[in-house]
Design a protein around this ligand. Sequence first.
Ligand code: SF4
Length: 233
Amino acid sequence: MFLIGGVQKTTLIDFPEKIASIVFTQGCNFRCGYCHNAELVSFRQFYFEGQEYKPSDFFDFMEKRVGKLDGVVITGGEPTLQTGLYDFIKQIKSMGFLVKLDTNGTNPDYLEQLYLDNLLDYVAMDIKAPLEKYAEIVQVVPNTEKIKKSIDLIMKSGVKSEFRTTVIKSQLSFEDFDKIGQLINGAEKYFLQKFEASKILDEKLKDEKTYTNEEFAVICQNLQKYVKYVKVR
Ligand code: SF4
């Protein structure tokens, strides 16, 4: 199974320093209220521009991009829920492309297999909150041991990576960011993503705010105890 919910033919910003295509997988096991990809959260088959978009369609497209694109970003939804992810990535790699995987960290065993077989060139993982606050943000009861295991795998992998958090002021306090810093202590990069109320899963959050630039500056400074490269985007 590899359900594609959408494809973006080119991106200059989603795979650091690379020109890439993006594949959006269909289905997620979290329900973050601020999710911008609300149409990708359910597991129903989503039809791309009126028709089913099969992995073979994507490979046909990528054949024409050999030499023009550096890689592919696989995002979601949550890509590691797709049983066909391994074979999908393997085929992309066999075509000579680099692969960036975005994940919510709920499937460390799958992630580990992809690392073991050298199938990943960059991994970006969401850190939703300190572990004890995850359920509040993702609106399901997560297995936080698995989240922690994914963080450890990513940090020990030797493969380029980043962690990132979408920030709603009422959801995360300064103290919470300190706890997140401890969780990812020594990570390569950490991005704080300003919450934007457009196109979100839970309309109840539409009036929520993020921190001011001044407040973000203080948060970043505190986090630099744990991660040298901290940026707001
Ligand atoms: S933000 Fe990511 S993890 Fe959360 S519901 Fe959306 S796709 Fe899933």
